[in-house]
Ligand binder design. Sequence first.
Ligand code: SF4
Ligand code: SF4
Length: 56
Amino acid sequence: MAYVISDECIACGACAAECSVNAISEGDGKYVIDADTCISCGNCANVCPVGAPKAE
Ligand code: SF4
Ligand code: SF4
C-alpha cells in the first residue's frame, strides 16, 4: 500500500516538503511517489491543495 499522485497535481511541491521519508520527487509535469519508500502516512494528501495524492 502506498499513495499515488494523480494527474490533478499542479506541481506545487507542498507534498514533497511534508514527506518524512522523502518518497516524493518532481516528475514530468507532476510530482511522483516512490511506492517502495512511502509509508502511507497521508501527510501529502493532507497538504495538497487539489487532493491529488490518493491511497491505492
Ligand atoms: Fe510521503 Fe506519507 Fe505521502 Fe507516503 S503518504 S508519500 S510517506 S507523505
Ligand atoms: Fe502535486 Fe499536490 Fe504535491 Fe502540490 S501538493 S506537488 S499539487 S500532489
